[in-house]
Design a protein around this ligand. Sequence first.
Ligand code: S3P
Length: 452
Amino acid sequence: MTAPIHLTEPNPHQTLTLALPKDGVTLQGRIQVPGDKSISHRSLMLGAIAQGETRIKGLLLGEDPRSTAACFRAMGVGLSPLDDDWVTVQGVGLGHLQEPIDVLNAGNSGTTLRLMLGLLAAHPGQFFTVTGDSSLRSRPMDRVITPLTQMGAEIWGRQGNRLAPLAVRGRSLKPIHYQSPVASAQVKSCILLAGLMTDGATTVTEPSRSRDHSERMLRAFGADLTVDPDSCSVTVHGPASLTGQTVVVPGDISSAAFWLVAGAITPGADLVVENVGINPTRTGILEALQAMEADITLENPRQVTGEPVADLRVRHSTLKATQISGDLVPRMIDEIPVLAIAALFAKGTTVIADAAELRVKECDRITTMATQLNRLGAKVEERPDGLVIQGEAQLQGADVDSYGDHRVAMSLAIAALRTQGTLQIHRAEAAAISYPGFIGTLAELCGLASSS
Ligand code: S3P
C-alpha cells in the first residue's frame, strides 16, 4: 500500500497543503466527476424560460450553477432544492421573467452573467441590475453588450459599458447577423437566447467553432435552429416557444481532465473516469493528450439526452511535447492550465499559441500559470497569446496562489503528484466553483481519507 499524501483540507485561511511521500503514489480505480458546468447552467436557464416543468439529473452543485439558480429564483422561477436527486424547474415561459427587486449576482460565473444578459435585454419595459464577484467585475462584458446593442438593447456599465455592475432596460429586440471576433460559446449563446424572443432569423458566425451545448439543448426544448458547421454559423428563428424537458447532465470533461493528466503523469496509474461528456466541441484535451502519447481510451460510448458520453481510461505513459494552436484552442480552452502540468513532465518543449482568451478568464491564466509554476522550479515562458513550457521539469515544493481561480487551484494540486517537498496552494477553496469534492477525491485516490 502506498504511503499517504499528507493533506489538509482548505481551512479558513484557504490554504491546501500537499506533500508527497518519498515512494510516490499510485492512482488506481474508478471515479466519477460532477456534472458538466456548461450543460448545468443551460438546463437551469432553458428550464426557467420554457413552458412547463424541466427535470434535471446530475446537476453540478458547484458555486457557479448555484449563482444561476439564485438569479432565476429572484426572477420568479420555481426551483426545487438543488441537491435533490432530480432538480425540477417550473418554467415561466419565454418573455415572462419577473423584474427582480434587487441586484442579480452572478458570483464568479461568466456563463451566468453573459447568457442571462441576452434574456434580460429582451424583456421589454423591465429593469435589471447585474453584478458579480471581483473577478467577474473585471472581465469584459462588451463582447456581449456590443451585439445586444446592435439588436436594440439598452445596457449601461462601468468603464464605457465594458464592465459589471451593469444596468439593463429590457426592449423589444430585432434580429441581426453577428460576426463574432472571438470563438466564444458565451457570446454565441447570449445572442441566440436574445434571438429566441425576436421576430426573424438571428445568426452568429464565429472564427472557429465553440462548444455547442446551447444549440443541442435549444433544439431539444423545441427551438427552430439552423447550424452551418462549415461557416461556423448558427441561426435561431424567432419567436420561439420552448417546452420543459428532461435533462441528464453528464460528467464534466473539464473536471475529468485533472484526473486524465494525473493518470498520465503518475507512474503506475490506471484510472477510469466514468460517465464523461465527450461532445466533439469539448474533446480538444483528449486530442492534445493523445498527441503527447498519453494512454487514454474511450470505453462504453453512448448518448445521454442528446450529448455523447463515455468512460475514459488513462494509464501512465511517457509523454512527449506538443503544439497547441488554432481551432484546437476553443475546444480545450478551460483545460489549458492542466495541460500545462502534463507538458512539464513531457520530453521536449510544448508551445501553446492563439490562446490570448486565457487572459480574460477567472484570472489571467497565462500570467498566473507561468508565475506559479516557475515558483516550483519549472521553466515556463509567458507569451502574449500562450505559454512555452520546458518538459522534464523537477518541481520543488513552494507557496503558490490560485488567485481565486478554480482551474488554476486544481491544476496546481495535480502538479503536487510530481513535486518534491511541500506544496502550499493559497485560495484553494476556489475549486468548489466547478468541482465540489475535488480535494476529497484527490485524497481518496491517493489512499487516505479526506480530513474535511
Ligand atoms: C463556457 C464557455 C467558455 C468557457 C467557460 C464556459 C460556456 O467561455 O471558458 O468555462 O458554458 O459557454 P467563453 O465563451 O468565454 O470561451
